[in-house]
Design a protein around this ligand. Structure first.
Ligand SMILES: Nc1ncnc2c1ncn2[C@@H]1O[C@H](COP(=O)(O)OP(=O)(O)OP(=O)(O)O)[C@@H](O)[C@H]1O
Length: 272
């Protein structure tokens, strides 16, 4: 691994049930970098995150994480974390659970634990709803608590699977700004998956763009370009910038392009 790198994914390929899902994925993240993992539904974002977490072994290539000597090197906020409104657990209880890692049993309360939890709740602006039932909080508030849970042991790398899905526009902006701030403050590298890159444009240091099981990575300006994405998709793509938003357009009505549009009308729009 190069100096300063927290995560290095090198020529990693992944097959599931005999099907090739990811091919030759290659990118790295440095300390404190904020990276968007962008791709349409089914492009392999969750599979890549699970591979980085070590739940899936790559069939070739490698994934290396530099723990920096820490026990808790990776924090994870999974997709679709269902919180039952009737679960008798306060926001602060969930954050406190993050302190326990893999330990079993109920830890004794202590002033030290309480202080760490209070500080973490404060960092994610959750102090005012810390004593409410987790299931009664709004989607944006729940995301803040889940982020606090994942970050309380100050991991070097934080992985988040579609944390912006199902949030309203204001909450999306709030969660992105929060993650940007925390990644700098804690020097935690963030890898966040999303199907729409637009809310992340101002926050991303780099992008990993997945299509057809392959990835293009680098700075947003270097990757989100007509030539690069056309090569990745294997047919002509136009990258259109309108009012500060990026729209990726499959310009030709080829079969593959049609399929992409049908697959994800939000991500790849089609010129009529
Ligand atoms: N266990 C499995 N066996 C075979 N194929 C699988 C398996 N799990 C996932 N896949 C396939 O791998 C591809 C990538 O799925 P993945 O969930 O990683 O995509 P994603 O980008 O996270 O999608 P979404 O945005 O819908 O969550 C999909 O075509 C999916 O059907």
């Amino acid at each position: 691994m190069a100096r300063g790198e927290v995560l290095a994914v090198r020529q990693a390929s992944v097959s599931l049930s005999g099907r090739s899902i990811l091919k030759d994925i290659d990118f790295s993240l440095e300390a404190g970098e904020f990276c968007g993992l962008i791709g349409a539904n089914g492009s392999g974002k969750t599979t890549l995150l699970r591979t980085i977490l070590g739940f899936i072994a790559p069939s070739s290539g490698s994934v290396t994480i530099d723990s920096g000597g820490k026990l808790a090197s990776v924090g994870y906020v999974p997709q679709k974390f269902a919180l039952d409104p009737y679960m008798p657990m306060r926001a602060r209880d969930l954050v406190a659970l993050g302190l326990d890692g893999n330990r079993l049993g109920v830890p004794l309360p202590s002033p030290g634990r309480r202080r760490k939890v209070d500080e973490m709740l404060e960092s994610v602006d959750a102090t005012r709803f810390a004593d409410q039932r987790i299931g009664n909080l709004s989607g944006g508030q729940q995301q803040r608590v889940l982020i606090a849970h994942a970050l309380i042991r100050r991991p070097r790398l934080l992985l988040l699977d579609e944390p912006l899905a199902n949030l309203d526009m204001r909450s999306v902006a709030g969660v992105v700004a929060l993650l940007r701030r925390l990644s700098q403050e804690f020097q935690t590298s963030v890898l966040l998956s999303a199907h729409d890159m637009n809310p992340l444009l101002s926050a991303m240091d780099r992008i990993v763009y997945l299509a057809h099981g392959r990835a293009a990575s680098g700075s947003t300006d270097a990757v989100v370009r007509t030539e690069v994405l056309s090569q990745l998709y294997g047919y002509h793509i136009d990258v259109v910038r309108v009012h500060g938003r990026v729209i990726v357009v499959a310009a030709e009505a080829e079969d593959d392009a049609q399929a992409a549009v049908a697959h994800d009308p939000v991500h790849v729009a089609q010129v009529p």
